[in-house]
Ligand binder design. Structure first.
Ligand code: SF4
Length: 450
């Protein structure tokens, strides 16, 4: 039996791409190996957003080559197209294949293994290949939470980002395909649907014949009209495309969760211009004010980059100020890392590694304070949690060990929440539970003292 193993780096889009590839391997009767060192075929779905993700691939490939020399290694995903990356592992990986071409490649591989006829070359345009790729049904990893990509690619060309080069121009899926996928999932009992895209709020399906929807808020409304008890999340939004209509769609619906991820990246307008982000800090703060006014209970997270080329102390202070003023629930803070081929790679990376680390730490301390203050507001409130995990623990009572079950999951505001089993009642993962919060931490909530 021919075995395979998929390793995925990076964002939820990559994760969902891997789920689609897994369905292809299954349809070809490949068997999933228990680990990469036992597989005949290892598919590595790479991420090019940060150097650290590429470094990990550069570490894994030689390890597989050494300990599992017979394995075929396919490099796909965002780094696969990058010549400088290919050069670094040339001779160790067997194939560099665009993710859109992986299904056909696997079919060819299976065909030649069985001695069947060759499958002809795929001469479709990138747009047609993308459409074909999204017609593949994913093999969802979770039985209750699923990602649905609504678009891929990006037209924004932020100066530090490789995504527009790695994934190409924006491609939006027809709304009927997305709605059908969502309906199927809800019928199967899925409780959480995450609409995905590099830029969900620039979703634009208008070019399809007969397409009725115009934009992302209209799509969100349509998904929320599907009958059933489920949540809708969405990732990631760009501040320049965050419209009043979108904020209203979230505020008006019980199914669309009150969690907004809105990257601001930098607080200095000079740095935002160098980043080619196409908004100002004033615009960003105005959006936050609108969100807070329309959805007072919203939790807000963000992405920030510290140490962008030319970021001076006073620029950084503006970033810190936004962190304080907004009071984020979560922030994914990264130190600028040079991505070859991007405009920012031509700028001098002149903030030292130590200074980037210090700035990152400074923002982390602000985040800890604001996240904790926000979480404390939950104490005494009853919240709905989608249960994701169950863990056994032992507590000692009167000299006797007693097994207790600890559950964890997320609130609709994306707060990690832990709670203890209710007396004797078995709780299934993938169900909604009402939990009364008794304790707040920096990055989570608890329903009792652990
Ligand atoms: S919006 Fe900017 S950061 Fe986001 S994917 Fe597009 S280019 Fe990259």
């Amino acid at each position: 039996m021919f075995t395979y193993y998929i390793i995925t780096f990076g964002c939820q889009m990559n994760f969902n791409d891997s789920e689609r590839i897994a369905r292809v391997t299954e349809s070809l009767k490949f068997k999933k190996a228990t680990e990469k060192l036992k597989a005949d075929l290892v598919i590595i779905n790479t991420c090019a957003v940060r150097q650290s993700a590429e470094d990990r691939v550069l570490g894994i490939v030689p390890e597989i080559r050494k300990k599992n020399p017979a394995a075929k290694i396919i490099i796909t995903g965002c780094s696969a197209r990058r010549p400088d990356f290919q050069k670094k592992i040339a001779g160790r990986a067997d194939y560099f294949i665009d993710i859109l071409d992986v299904p056909l490649f696997l079919k060819k591989m299976a065909g030649s293994a069985k001695g069947t006829k060759k499958i002809s070359k795929n001469n479709q345009t990138i747009t047609a290949k993308t459409a074909t790729f999204f017609k593949l049904k994913p093999r969802f990893s979770s039985p209750y939470s699923a990602y649905i990509p609504i678009m891929t690619g990006c037209n924004n060309f932020c100066s530090y980002c490789v995504v527009p080069y790695a994934r190409g121009k924006e491609f939006s899926r027809p709304s009927k395909d997305i709605l059908q996928e969502a309906k199927n999932l809800v019928t199967k009992g899925y409780k959480e649907i995450v609409l995905l895209g590099q830029n969900v709020n620039s979703y634009n399906p208008e070019n399809y014949r007969g397409e009725k929807l115009k934009n992302f808020p209209e799509l969100l409304k349509k998904v929320s009209q599907i009958p059933g008890d489920f949540w809708i999340r969405f990732l990631t939004s760009h501040p320049k495309d965050m419209t009043d209509e979108l904020i209203k769609a979230v505020a008006d619906s019980d199914k669309i969760t009150n969690y907004i991820h809105l990257p601001f990246q930098a607080g200095s307008d000079r740095i935002l211009r160098l980043m080619q982000r196409n908004y100002t800090s004033k615009h960003y703060l105005k959006l936050i004010a609108k969100i807070r006014a329309a959805i007072p209970q919203a939790s807000i997270s963000t992405d920030v980059i510290v140490g962008f080329p030319g970021e001076k102390k006073k620029d950084f202070e503006k970033t810190a100020r936004i962190m304080e003023v907004v009071g984020f629930d979560m922030a994914y803070i990264s130190a600028f890392s040079v991505r070859p081929g991007t405009p920012a790679a031509k700028l001098e990376d002149n903030v030292s590694r130590e200074e980037k680390k210090r700035r990152k730490q400074f923002l982390t301390e602000i985040l800890k304070k604001t996240a904790y203050a926000n979480n404390r507001r939950y104490i005494g409130r009853k919240v709905k949690v989608l249960v994701e995990r169950e863990k056994k623990r032992f507590s000692e009572k009167e000299g006797k060990q007693k097994e207790i079950k600890i559950y964890s999951g997320k609130t609709e505001t994306y707060k990690n929440t832990r709670f203890k089993e209710k007396s004797g009642k078995k709780i299934q993962t993938g169900t909604f539970q009402k939990v009364k919060i008794t304790k707040a931490g920096i990055f989570g909530l608890e329903s009792y003292e652990l």
